[in-house]
Write a protein that binds this ligand. Structure first.
Ligand code: PBG
Ligand code: ZN
Length: 321
């Protein structure tokens, strides 16, 4: 009889043979900034997550910098929205100002800037809209402009989440031509049209006011197509690729990690976080153990970078171990 249990007899023994370990260093923590003063707005569907005005943002930045996580993913919520999302690429837009402030105060914290128009457009879609259609090619110059303006503000990584075709190439070219050849692109390559983004849209005020995102985000029935999306983003110049959401898509994560050699990120999204928090608050699950199990599963499936709202808690729990 094979005695598998020999290597499970004690915690030191189990640790010795552990195949997958997670660490704070590979985590990125999303942060929401909003215009105004003295604001720390709780997001009802995401307990523990807030929108901060610039003057209160330091509360969360300090904690993040001390936690050991490598970086933050920044989402800005502008006071003014219009058809063209002009605050997305305004030099003094809320996100640009936030990035400048973070890099001034915490130069060692990596700032990943989400690039998409939906928080900035009056219609809430990720691209320009004409007669109810989301335009692809016309949106690309705006995404490129937004990327350059965030790089100018000091963003360390540009992360397009819009799912327009050709945006990685357009952004790469614009960054190169404007003096940012060394700023990497983390592409939301396999981003599925998902009900798991529900709580985020409350947090970022970015719900589309008509229709949905299924004409640009991926159909969740498709895995091979996800690999083609990733392959194409790599060909267009992505430095890091992403699968999003995480937990219901670990098969895609695994396939992508086997096929491609680039760093692979997963985004453990708002709805995944909300489910864990809700069950934990009811006393139905052990939050810490569930979070560690989930994050480890993402890593085991092949992800090297974990974008998660649990990052600060996980970092704390990892230190206690
Ligand atoms: C914007 C964007 C979204 C998320 C990240 N960037 C929402 C969407 O596509 O509707 C989702 C993040 C989350 O749910 O935590 N395009
Ligand atoms: Zn968007």
């Amino acid at each position: 009889m094979k005695r598998f249990r020999r290597l499970r007899t004690s915690e030191p023994m189990r640790r010795l043979v552990r195949e997958t370990k997670i660490s704070a260093e590979e985590m990125i923590y999303p942060i929401f900034v909003i215009e105004g003063e003295n604001i720390k707005n709780p997001i009802d569907s995401m307990p523990g997550i807030y929108q901060y005005s610039l003057d209160r943002m330091d509360e969360i930045l300090k904690e993040t910098a001390e936690s050991g996580v490598s970086g933050i993913l920044i989402f800005g919520i502008p006071a003014h929205k219009d058809e063209y999302g002009s605050q997305a690429y305004a030099p003094d837009g809320i996100t640009q100002r936030a990035v400048r402030q973070i890099k001034r105060d915490y130069p060692d914290l990596l700032v990943v800037a989400d690039v998409c128009l939906c928080e900035y457009t009056s219609h809430g879609h990720c691209g320009l809209v004409e007669e109810g259609k989301i335009l692809n090619d016309e949106t690309l110059p705006l995404l490129a402009k937004m990327s350059v303006s965030l790089a100018e503000a000091g963003a360390d990584i540009i992360a397009p989440s819009d799912m327009m075709d050709g945006r990685v190439a357009a952004i790469r070219q614009a960054l190169d031509e404007n003096g940012f050849p060394d700023v990497p692109i983390m592409a939301y390559s396999a981003k599925f049209a998902s009900a798991y983004y529900g709580p985020f849209r409350e947090a970022a005020h970015s719900a589309p006011c008509f229709g949905d995102r299924r004409s640009y985000q991926m159909d969740y029935h498709n895995k091979k197509e996800a690999l083609r999306e990733i392959e194409d983003d790599i060909a267009e110049g992505a430095d890091i690729v992403m699968v999003k959401p995480a937990l219901a898509y670990l098969d895609v994560v695994q396939a992508a990690s086997e096929r491609f050699d680039l760093p692979l990120a997963v985004y453990n999204v708002s709805g995944e976080y909300a489910m864990v928090k809700a069950a934990a608050q009811n006393g139905w699950i052990d939050e810490k153990r569930i979070v560690m199990e989930n994050l480890t599963a993402m890593k085991r499936a092949g992800a090297g970078i974990l974008i998660t709202y649990h990052a600060l808690d996980a970092a704390k729990w990892l230190k206690e171990q």
